[in-house]
Design a binder for this molecule. Structure first.
Ligand code: PLP
Length: 247
C-alpha cells in the first residue's frame, strides 16, 4: 500500500470507516508491506481515528526472508481487526478462518456473521477442530513451506527461462502465487481464452479483475500450489513457446 496516497485519501475523504490491507504476500501480487509502512499505517489510523482490517491468510506461508510484525502487534489502541484462514494452511475450500480484535468489535462481528450466513459450517468447524486436536498444525505448515519454496523456485525459473524477455515475474517470499507483467497492450484475458487454455492447458487469473477502477489488461496471477513439478515445467515451457509467437 502506498502510505502517502493513503494519507491523502484520509485527509480528503469524510467518514472513512476502516483501512483494508493485506500486509503479507498480498493477493494478487505476492509482495509484502515493509515494516516502515506497517508502522505508518498504524500512525495514520490513530491520527484519523479509523479501524484497520488486517487480512492475512497467507502469513504463515513465509518460506524466505524476515518475519515482519502483524499490524495487530503494532497496535496500541485496539483498532486492528486481524483475520487468518485455514483455507491456505489446511485445505483450500474449507473456508474457515479466525479473527482477533477488541471484545466490543468481536461482539459486533458475531452479530454481523449471524445476519450474513447464520454461522460457518458446523461440519467444517468440527473437522478442523479434530485436525487441530489430533495433529501438529505447526509441523504441517512447516512442511508446506518447504514444498511451496521449491514450487516458487521452479515456477519463477521456468518462466524466466522460457517466457519472452519483456515479461517480468515477482519472486514472492511466501504465499501461493506470482504476479506476471506482460508488455503494455497485451490482453491476458483474451490470450488465456484463445491460446493458453486450448493450446497449453494453462489457466491463470487475468489481472484485469484486480483493478477496480482502471482498465489494465497486461497482468496475470499464476499459482504454483497445485500442479506436480513435471506438469508445471511442461505446461510453462509450452506456454513460453506460444508467448514467443505473440510477443
Ligand atoms: C486476501 C484474501 N483474503 C481472504 C481470502 C478468502 O479466505 P477464505 O478461504 O478463508 O474465505 C482470500 C482467498 O481466498 C484472500 O486472498
Amino acid at each position: 500500500m502506498d502510505v502517502d496516497a493513503l494519507e491523502t485519501r484520509l485527509a480528503t475523504t469524510e467518514n472513512i470507516k476502516f483501512i483494508y490491507v493485506i500486509p503479507d504476500f498480498q493477493n494478487p501480487t505476492g509482495v509484502s508491506l515493509s515494516l516502515a509502512r506497517r508502522k505508518r499505517i498504524i500512525e495514520l489510523a490513530n491520527e484519523y481515528d479509523v479501524l484497520v482490517l488486517e487480512d492475512s491468510p497467507y502469513r504463515e506461508l513465509r518460506f524466505e526472508g524476515e518475519v515482519l510484525p502483524t499490524l495487530a502487534s503494532l497496535d496500541t489502541e485496539h483498532r486492528v481487526i486481524h483475520l487468518g484462514s485455514f483455507s491456505k494452511i489446511l485445505a483450500p475450500g474449507v473456508r474457515l478462518g479466525w479473527v482477533s480484535a477488541a471484545p466490543e468489535i468481536l461482539d459486533k462481528l458475531g452479530l454481523l456473521k449471524l445476519a450474513a450466513d447464520t454461522q460457518s459450517s458446523t461440519l467444517n468447524m468440527t473437522a478442523v477442530t479434530r485436525f487441530l486436536d489430533t495433529f501438529d498444525i505447526d509441523a504441517h505448515v512447516s512442511a508446506m513451506r518447504g514444498v511451496y519454496r521449491a514450487k516458487r523456485d521452479l515456477m519463477v525459473s521456468t518462466m524466466t527461462e522460457h517466457f519472452p524477455a519483456e515479461v517480468t515475474v515477482t519472486r514472492p517470499e511466501g504465499g501461493l502465487f506470482t504476479w506476471v507483467t506482460f508488455p503494455e497492450g497485451f490482453d491476458t484475458t483474451a490470450f488465456m481464452a484463445e491460446h493458453a487454455l486450448p493450446e497449453a492447458r494453462v489457466a491463470y487469473v487475468p489481472g484485469e479483475s484486480f483493478f477496480p477502477t482502471e482498465h489494465r489488461s497486461n497482468y496475470a496471477r499464476f499459482s504454483y500450489s497445485g500442479q506436480s513439478d513435471d506438469e508445471m515445467v511442461d505446461a510453462l515451457t509450452l506456454l513460453g513457446a506460444i508467448l514467443n509467437e505473440h510477443i
